[in-house]
Design a binder for this molecule. Structure first.
Ligand code: IPD
Ligand code: CA
Length: 316
């Protein structure tokens, strides 16, 4: 395939995001037909499916030679993210919020080449906030879909006014606002690891534990859950969260946000200790905001709180 015009991909994805936003807002909040997938907290609505059909049909028309991976058409064990240019799409990320009328849900549209995210578009129609990123061209937040002139877009990270080197220094977990999510696995090893890490992140430095030796604690400023992996990634890209730790979500939850974060000077390590270069579909992520120091020390500190025995295991 000849070289792909990433600006053209971006423009197409922004247009699709706004169309999806209109569809999502058209749903009657008092009557959202819904079903369950893996269990009673893993929800799908008619809007998720209708938006994915629209996205697929538009991308097939405009980019017939690219691959497509979407949450609602994914088949476990069959659908793979390959090296081919691929659109990786979550029609509604934050479906639980959508069902409850909690206004943090978005469409997440990513484009990956050789399994690396090179374009990301995330649009929250409830708050009318658009996040975008293109490899090598920076990432942006735009407060209204109606505002399209360049000077109405704010380059990320916000605190560094678009320059990660000018962003405030990271000051360790003890001064960090940390994104986490419960996810939809509510029993077993992965759930136990999450609950333990949440506790140690929040606990006072001298908190008493029955475990011996006492595991490291962090006493972070606080934990936050936006209920959407894509929006958590964008909050880290913007510098509103210092990092976001996740296990269990999929490539469509993170692909768009990954490009937006990288272009804001941040990076993604694995949610399990030891891997600095996790795959797009590894299902384990620790996203860190842009900062003058680069942020590796925050990852090391986070991994020490997880500890050696706390690895999560997910099928790819
Ligand atoms: C979920 C959200 C949530 C994450 C879950 C995802 P969905 O996506 O991104 O933040 O913790 O793992 O499944 O179901 O709303 O598309
Ligand atoms: Ca979804």
């Amino acid at each position: 395939m000849s070289e792909i015009d990433l600006q053209g991909v971006h423009d197409t994805l922004v247009s699709i995001a706004f169309e999806a936003g209109r569809m999502i807002l058209a749903a009657d909040p008092n009557n959202i037909p819904q079903g369950i997938k893996k269990n009673t907290v893993d929800l799908v609505t008619e809007a998720d499916q209708a938006v994915e059909r629209m996205v697929y049909s538009r991308l097939c028309t405009d980019y017939p030679n690219c691959e497509f991976v979407g949450e609602e058409t994914y088949v476990a064990g069959e659908t793979r993210v390959t090296d081919a240019p691929t659109f990786i799409v979550d029609p509604i990320d934050g479906t639980t919020n959508f069902v409850h009328g909690y206004p943090h849900a978005c469409i997440s549209l990513g484009f990956a080449v050789c399994r690396k995210s090179v374009v990301g578009v995330v649009y929250n129609p409830f708050l009318d906030i658009l996040y975008t990123g293109i490899q090598g061209k920076g990432s942006y937040m735009q407060r209204s879909a109606a505002q399209t002139t360049p000077n109405q877009k704010q380059r990320l990270p916000l605190a560094g006014r678009g320059d990660a080197q000018a962003a405030p220094a990271l000051q360790g977990l003890g001064k960090a606002l940390v994104g986490v999510e419960w996810g939809s696995d509510r029993q077993g090893n992965n759930f136990d690891v999450k609950v333990g890490v949440f506790q140690r992140l929040a606990a006072a430095k001298n908190a008493a534990f029955s475990e011996q030796p006492t595991p490291p604690t962090a006493m972070v400023h606080s934990l936050r859950s936006l209920g959407s992996a894509a929006l958590n990634f964008c909050a880290v890209a913007a510098g509103q969260m210092d990092c976001y730790w996740e296990g269990g979500c999929y490539a469509w939850d993170v692909c768009a946000g990954w490009c937006i974060l990288s272009e804001a000077g941040g990076f993604v390590a694995s949610g399990n200790p030891g891997d600095w270069d996790p795959a797009l579909d590894s299902r384990l992520y620790l996203a860190v905001r842009g900062a003058p120091s680069g942020g590796k020390e925050l990852v090391e500190e986070f991994w020490s709180v997880i500890g050696d025995s706390g690895k999560m295991v997910y099928e790819h």
